[in-house]
Write a protein that binds this ligand. Structure first.
Ligand SMILES: [Zn+2]
Length: 95
């Protein structure tokens, strides 16, 4: 199956593939403006410095990748208290 013949706007090659670009690498060549990059960076920075648990895990993963000495892993759930125990996957509290 072939599509109508057209010229790739990036590399000017004639092709008859789906879409306007000849390949995925040509289609991914979009140039973002400085304003767009700044907006994306600001949003990402706000999110990464928030208390969101997903952001905490990503900060931890980034610290490990960047070679931080002994990064502190985020608490994914509250630790067991002294009067609690786990049986069959459920948390029980002794009273
Ligand atoms: Zn192309």
């Amino acid at each position: 199956m072939a599509y109508k013949e057209k010229i790739c706007p990036k590399c000017s090659i004639k092709h008859n593939k789906r879409g306007e670009f000849c390949s995925r690498s040509c289609g991914n060549q979009k140039k973002h403006s400085h304003h767009t990059k700044l907006a994306l960076a600001t949003i990402q920075s706000l999110r990464m410095n928030s208390d969101d648990p997903v952001a905490e895990e990503q900060r931890y993963a980034l610290a490990k990748v960047n070679g931080a000495v002994d990064p502190v892993p985020p608490l994914t759930k509250t630790p067991l208290q002294s009067n609690q125990f786990v049986q069959d996957g459920d948390i029980w509290t002794e009273t």
